[in-house]
Design a protein around this ligand. Structure first.
Ligand code: ATP
Ligand code: TZE
Ligand code: MG
Length: 278
């Protein structure tokens, strides 16, 4: 039986370990939101390091405690960097988070996302359209054709990606997090729905990218499922709190970072969520 209190205790532990240990997390992420990703990782207690080059990525894969790989602004160099880094992570058994941004919009991006399947990302994080399309690309149940993706923003509901998320989690043995108005997090046998956040999160770029970076920070301290749930919970809590203090997306982004920093372990664990068994 899944026990909500037990999950909340694990969230508290993860938050406190991260704040105490300041774990180093390497990222290969898009140029649009790279600064926001690093700032969010620092705000929750992590230490950020961003790279592009293959050998530097391999170095960080081993030297850092977790890694974040985001496909946002794709460049040809990644044809070398990403498989080498994912292979290194798989071999040393370090946790890593995959954000398959805009899966399906180009052939190299598609080819590399197919290639990464065998390195089993610890957590896959994306919006509903990306989770549906990645499951389709990996030929899993619940997936859709790649051609449904139009860009980096979601056109599908979180609940429509439920079967795809479960299938992806069963395929990797890790966790999958689908973001939207309500976030869905699963390890393939349990599903959590995390509530809160703000409509302003869809009006700033990088809420999802930075969420992925923060999942990687928590993945240094706990299981893939708890890491993804903890990150969603602190995002939803900080989003709810920030919205009350601002009147537009510019000030929201600044206030959101402050609220990420100020959120304490107990409040994060108490952010509303429910669980169900698959
Ligand atoms: N309408 C909304 N209401 C509440 N929270 C939201 C809303 N839209 C997004 N969020 C929150 O914003 C965060 C990012 O989710 P989103 O689905 O926007 O990611 P994304 O599309 O990958 O973003 P990006 O690619 O711009 O980084 C999550 O924590 C999610 O809960
Ligand atoms: C807007 C945008 N374009 C490529 S990556 C990115 C950041 C959100 O995914
Ligand atoms: Mg995204």
């Amino acid at each position: 039986m899944i026990n909500k209190k037990d999950i909340q205790n694990q969230i508290i532990q993860a938050v406190e370990i991260v704040k105490r240990e300041n774990p180093i997390v390497g990222s290969i992420t898009n140029t649009v939101t790279i600064n926001f990703v690093a700032n969010a990782q620092l705000a929750v207690g992590g230490s950020a390091a961003m790279v592009y080059l293959p050998d530097e990525g391999e170095f960080l894969a081993k030297a850092s405690e977790a890694t974040y790989i985001n496909f946002g602004t794709f460049i040809p160099l990644y044809e070398q960097t990403l498989p080498r880094v994912a292979k290194a992570l798989h071999e040393v058994g370090k946790p890593w988070v995959l954000d398959p941004v805009a899966v399906g919009i180009g052939s190299l991006r598609t080819q590399l996302l197919l290639e990464l399947k065998k390195y089993k990302p610890t957590v896959i994080r994306g919006n509903a359209s990306e989770i549906l399309a990645l499951a389709g690309l990996w030929e899993l149940e619940g997936g859709t054709a790649l051609s449904t993706v139009r860009g980096v923003d979601s056109t599908d509901s979180v609940t429509s990606a439920k079967n795809a998320a479960v299938a992806l989690a069963k395929c990797t043995g890790g966790a999958v997090a689908v973001s939207g108005k309500t976030d869905l997090i699963t390890d393939g046998s349990v599903i959590a729905f995390s509530h809160g956040g703000s409509h302003f999160m869809g009006k700033i770029t990088g809420a999802g990218c930075s969420l992925g970076g923060v999942v990687a920070v928590y993945a240094t301290a706990t299981s893939p499922f708890i890491a993804a749930l903890t990150a969603s919970a602190v995002y939803n809590l900080a989003g709810t709190r920030a919205e009350k203090k601002v009147d537009g997306p510019g000030s929201f982004q600044i206030q959101f970072l402050d609220e990420l920093y100020k959120a304490n372990a107990g409040d994060i664990a108490n952010n509303p969520f429910e669980i169900e068994e698959v």
